[in-house]
Design a protein around this ligand. Structure first.
Ligand code: ZN
Length: 421
């Protein structure tokens, strides 16, 4: 029986957690450090309750270095048939141009189809939508010397006209993002020559994970993790992505602090997820010698808005999905279960052979300045936390876990590819 609702029926405590940290928390910045201190203090309050010291370890901060990139210069000037400079942002983790920039023909190639790209040799190409590694490689194979991609919408005004900064792996062409309305002007005016100047450098940021461990009563040598990242992108305060997930992980910690589990549970708030799952990768590396004891990872990423539906993205054997389906039906918790790899910290655990899932809810404003606490609902937080606690209680307390522990071979291959690039 799940007693979660007896402890926090209305989600107001979880909402306060999100409201208290409603500032930008980009990896390595003061905002991220401040949020880490806040989370540590909240965990300490719970751990310090009388009698808890016998089975709750002292909450801790695990420091690590997060490799990153810094934009030094990002300029796009159309030189023919008119002259104008546009506001662009560099694709980080990509190449620089020579210091003086590159002057080259400019070509609009739609969404990067083969026919349009057949004329791209030696040109800087404009592609609709942000591009991923496959498209960057396609552009490169076509002989293009740089690329510009389109972001935003025609409805944007004021601050929203700022192009988004992308950070893409294995991108070895200089690239930039431009706003939709500027791209329209460029295509309308049939730009044919440009100068692109992209300069960036590698840097290292100080980041941290916050963690606390509850020792299990029956199977203390088996570990279940409940995780959520607390960093945000630089564009916005990340209430939905993902302080709401962080709040739900704290609710789960509170619940299991009151209802001591059979297995050992570790609650972890990851830094630097938005830089490429750096916090979780640091965790599995620094805890390498005990990863064999990890039984399951329950991660939360994207949570807390009222309209939307809960999804469990399960990166594990299909027998895990079947067990979760039965559990959610029994508890009448509406969820969609998807059996696939999930682009969040659960991937890191699955990659290390630990069955994993991410609890995820669709919503508004991810990776924008509109991802604010005003769109977060205490009710959605309470319901999400209940779903999280229900799944976590099952995996932390069931005497015998009746699912296949092995990660399916196709997912293993996908994860290898995901972490290799
Ligand atoms: Zn996220």
């Amino acid at each position: 029986m799940n007693h979660y609702t007896e402890i926090h029926p209305d989600g107001t405590r979880a909402y306060q957690f999100v409201a208290d940290t409603a500032y930008v928390r980009e990896s390595g910045t003061k905002g991220e450090h401040k949020a880490a201190e806040y989370i540590l203090k909240e965990a300490e309050k719970i751990a310090a309750q009388p009698g808890k010291e016998t089975y709750i370890q002292t909450p801790r901060m695990e420091l690590f270095q997060c490799p990153d990139f810094q934009e030094k210069r990002a300029e796009l000037t159309i030189c023919q048939p008119y002259e104008k400079s546009y506001r662009v942002r560099a694709y980080l983790n990509g190449a620089c141009t020579p210091a003086e920039g590159i002057t080259a023909p400019f070509l609009f190639v739609g969404k990067g189809d083969d026919i349009s790209l057949s004329k791209a040799k030696g040109a800087v190409v404009l592609v609709c939508d942000p591009v991923r590694e496959d498209m960057i490689n396609k552009i490169k194979d076509a002989g293009a010397v740089g690329f510009v991609t389109v972001c935003g919408t025609p409805l944007d005004q004021g601050e929203d006209r700022t192009p988004i900064q992308y950070r893409r792996k294995a991108c070895d062409l200089p690239g930039a993002a431009i706003h939709y309305l500027d791209a329209v002007e460029i295509v309308e005016k049939e730009a044919s020559m440009c100068r692109l100047n992209i300069q960036q450098s590698e840097i290292s940021r100080n980041s941290a994970n916050v963690a606390v461990r509850i020792l299990g009563t029956e199977f203390p040598e088996e570990i279940v993790t409940v995780t959520a990242h607390y960093d945000s992108v630089p564009e916005g305060p990340g209430a939905y992505d993902n302080m709401s997930g962080g709040a739900m992980a704290m609710e789960a910690f509170l619940y299991f602090a009151e209802h001591r589990p059979a297995r050992t549970m570790e609650f972890i708030w990851f830094g630097s997820e938005e830089k490429g799952l750096i916090g979780s990768q640091n965790y599995v590396k620094s805890h390498e010698n005990e990863m064999g004891k990890h039984v399951f990872n329950l991660n939360v990423d994207l949570a807390g808005q009222l309209l939307g539906g809960n999804v469990l993205g399960v990166t594990a054997d299909p027998t895990v999905c079947a067990a979760l389906k039965a559990l959610m039906e029994e508890n009448q918790l509406g969820v969609t279960i998807k059996n696939q790899v999930w682009a969040s910290d659960s991937n890191t655990f699955a990659w290390k052979a630990v069955p994993a899932l991410t609890l995820n809810r669709d919503g508004f404003g991810m990776h924008t300045r509109h991802d604010t606490v005003e769109y977060i609902s205490p009710r959605a937080l309470a319901e999400g936390a209940k779903t999280l606690c229900t799944a976590a209680a099952w995996v932390a307390n069931e005497p015998e876990l009746s699912f296949e522990r092995e990660i399916p071979a196709d997912m293993k291959r996908e994860l290898e590819k995901y972490f290799a690039s």
